[in-house]
Design a binder for this molecule. Sequence first.
Ligand SMILES: Cc1cc2nc3c(=O)[nH]c(=O)nc-3n(C[C@H](O)[C@H](O)[C@H](O)COP(=O)(O)OP(=O)(O)OC[C@H]3O[C@@H](n4cnc5c(N)ncnc54)[C@H](O)[C@@H]3O)c2cc1C
Length: 435
Amino acid sequence: MYRGRSPPPVKRAVLSSSARGMSAESPADHQYRTLALDTALGTGLAVLVYALLKLSLSGLRVWRARVSVLVVGAGPVGLTAALVAVRSGKVLKLTLLDARYRSALLCRPQQIALDPRSVRFLLDLGVDFDNMEGCWRNEHFFTKIGVFQEYLLSILEQNKQKGDVEVHLGTKFSEEYLRKMSRAEWPRVIVVADGSCGDSCSVLGISTDYIVESCHAYGANATIERLDQRQVPTPEIRAHSLYFDLSAYGIDTVKDRRNSCQPAAKPGFHLKIYGTFRNRYMALACTSEADSKMMHFLRHTANSSIMKNIFHQSFNAYKTDIEPRLSEPTLHHMQCSRRLFEIMLSYRRVSAAYIEGDNVAVTVEGEAARVLNFDTGCGVNLGMRGLESLGMFIYRTATALDRNDVFEALSAKIQHSRHVAETFRRSGLASAVFE
Ligand SMILES: Cc1cc2nc3c(=O)[nH]c(=O)nc-3n(C[C@H](O)[C@H](O)[C@H](O)COP(=O)(O)OP(=O)(O)OC[C@H]3O[C@@H](n4cnc5c(N)ncnc54)[C@H](O)[C@@H]3O)c2cc1C
C-alpha cells in the first residue's frame, strides 16, 4: 500500500526488472566478484603502504641527512656563511678557521654598510640589529666590521656549547693543516671565504683564474686617517652631479658639460664619504657613458696633486659639520689614487668545485670569489648576495643520493655566483654610488 503520491508504474517496472537481474547472479559469479574486489582492495592497500613507507623512509633520510662543513675565513662573509650553515639544520659539525687571532680579527678600522637586502637576509638568519652597535640611514645599517664579526662570533659560540661548532682562530688553512687532518675528519663541504688575498683555493688545487670585466665606469679612492677623531659608526654621505674647476689646466668645464654629456648618461661625478671620523674613506666615480674632456684628462694626468686637490675640496665641501676640515697642514693624513681608473670586477672562473677522491664540494664566497679594484663603501653586500644560495647548496649536498646530485648542487651554485657578478656589473655601481 502506498500513501500519498505513488511512483509511476514504468519506473516500478524498471526497478522490478533490475531486481530480477540481481537475483539472477549465480553464486560462482558472486564469489568471483567478491574475490576481485578483495584483490583490488588488497593490492591498492599494499601499494599505498609501500608508497607511504617509501615516502617516510626518504623523508627520514632527508631529515636525518647531515654534512660536516668547514668555513675558511672569519671575515663578515665567512662568519655569515657559518651562520647560514648552522641555520640550514643540515650540519653535522661546523668548523670555522681564521689565520688571525681574535684581537687582530676584530680591530680592522673599516666600517661596513649593509644595504636593505642584506639586512633582510641577516634578519632571516636571526641577526638582531637592536643588539649591535651601529646606526641606520635610508634603511642601510652602518657598523664597524669588528662589531659585526664579534656579534656573529658570539652567536656561533652559543652553538659551540652544543658541541657541533668549532671556532679555531689563529689557524691558517694550509697544506700542512690538510696533512694533519685524518681522512675521517675531512668535511663534505668547504666554504672558502678567505678574502681577496687568500690562497686557500690553490691549497685545494682549484683554479685561481679570474675573469676581469669592466663596470663601464671610472673611479678613484681616498683615505683619511685622523687618530684624534672618534671611531663610532657613522652614516655615509653621498653627493651627485659634481664638476670640478680645472680651468687652470685648460679644461673648460661649462663648455664640456654642454657638449659632451649624453642625455641618458648621469652627468658629472658622484662622491661618497664613508667610514668613521677616525678612518674616513672617499669614493669618487662617474659612468663611462658620461665621458668628457674632464674625465679624459683625469684618467691620463701624470700630476697626482690634481686628484688630491679634488678629494681635499670635496671632503671639505661635503663632510659633516661636526668633523674638522682638512687644511694644508693636515693634508698629509690623506692618501688617494693618483688618477681616475676604470672600475673592473674580477670574479673567479671556478667559483665551486668537486674534489674527486675526497668527495668534497667546495664553494668560494665573498671577496675570495669576486672583487672590485675600487672600494664602493658597501662591498660587503656583494659577498652577502653570493650567500643567498649557500643554504640550498648545503641542503642539496647533505641530501644528495649520489655524485650526480652533488654535481647538480654545484652547478646551481656556480650559476648563482655568475648571476651575482653579472647583476653587479650591470647595476651594482648604480645603487652603491650613483644613486
Ligand atoms: C679600506 C677598506 C674600507 C672598506 N670600507 C667598507 C665600507 O665602508 N663598507 C663596506 O660595506 N665594505 C667596506 N669595505 C669592504 C669590506 O671590508 C669587505 O667587503 C669585506 O671585508 C669582505 O669580507 P670577506 O669576508 O669576503 O673577506 P675578509 O673580510 O677579507 O675576510 C677574510 C678572512 O680570511 C682570513 N684568511 C685569509 N687566508 C686564510 C687562510 N689561509 N686560513 C684561514 N683564514 C684565512 C683572513 O684573516 C680574514 O679574516 C672596505 C674594505 C677596505 C679594504
